[in-house]
Design a protein around this ligand. Structure first.
Ligand code: TMP
Ligand code: ASP
Length: 242
């Protein structure tokens, strides 16, 4: 089902954003397209849009219940979400609880090392530049955010990490790392935006000790492990409490 929507405002790799009935709201359609390595690898995975939309909805609802401001307003259909319009800050905030992925490619830190406190890094969101990791001085040079906003972003992201870590832990899932995007609404309030899904989180199954079988996130696609939709379906089942 497609809800009534206005014109297409923006199309990204995994979502389309349409105007809604009020200027401060937009409708987001989650697509089945999967991409990795800055879209060098692409596939169409039937059912992924619905799974990520439903998983994100449950996670935004949990964060809202805990008092974290997000752009989420509600579901509009199986693959459609109504959200507050925000000016997205072009930063990807990555929090890592366990070392893996690019951290282990770029540093000698051994895969599997627990990171406590969690490691927080900011990347500049620009596909043409390959979303580069920012140093504090480059962040300042870019002038995208004030030093007050820098602190607020870090506090908010660390709070989201704590809430997601314990929520997933209660579902027998380890939140290895994840990426957040933040935006400012028309009142200037900082909100968690974009999506929180197995496309943007690494999640390992505590019920499975096999290092490949336990992976229930987009690494299944990145590493050609197969069973991507089945893994995302398992995450949805658990976040729904089924
Ligand atoms: P990384 O280890 O490849 O840097 O990824 C860290 C986390 O960020 C991981 O949970 C996947 C997520 N991520 C995105 O959501 N989008 C991206 O473009 C990248 C590179 C990572
Ligand atoms: N999101 C990025 C892409 O679509 C990279 C990734 O998630 O691996 O290419």
């Amino acid at each position: 089902m497609t809800p009534d929507h206005g014109p297409l405002l923006y199309e990204g790799k995994a979502k389309r954003v349409f105007a809604a009935d009020q200027p401060d709201r937009v409708l987001v359609e989650f697509k089945n397209d999967a991409t990795a390595f800055n879209a060098l690898k692409r596939a169409e995975l039937e059912g992924k849009g619905r799974l990520n939309c439903q998983i994100s909805a449950r996670l935004f609802e949990m964060l809202e219940r805990e008092g974290v401001p997000t752009h989420y307003l509600g579901l509009a259909a199986e693959t459609w979400m109504l959200v507050q319009h925000v000016d997205v800050i072009p930063l990807e905030v990555v929090i890592r609880n366990v070392a893996t992925g690019s951290l282990c490619k770029q540093t000698p830190i051994a895969a599997g090392t627990e990171l406590s406190p969690a490691l927080l890094d900011l990347y500049y969101k620009d596909d043409n530049l390959g979303d580069p990791l920012l140093s504090e001085s480059r962040l300042q040079l870019l002038g995208l955010i004030s030093s007050q906003q820098r602190l607020e972003i870090e506090q908010l992201a660390r709070r989201v990490n704590q809430l997601l870590l314990s929520f997933f832990e209660s579902l027998d899932l380890l939140l290895v790392d994840f990426k957040l995007e933040l935006g400012l609404n028309s009142a200037g309030q900082l909100l968690v935006a974009d999506e929180i899904s197995p496309d943007t989180c690494r999640l390992w199954d505590h019920r499975n000790s096999d290092p490949q079988a336990r992976i229930l996130d987009k690494d299944r696609f990145r590493q050609d492990l197969g069973g991507v939709i089945e893994a995302y379906g398992e995450i949805l089942k658990r976040v729904q409490g089924v």
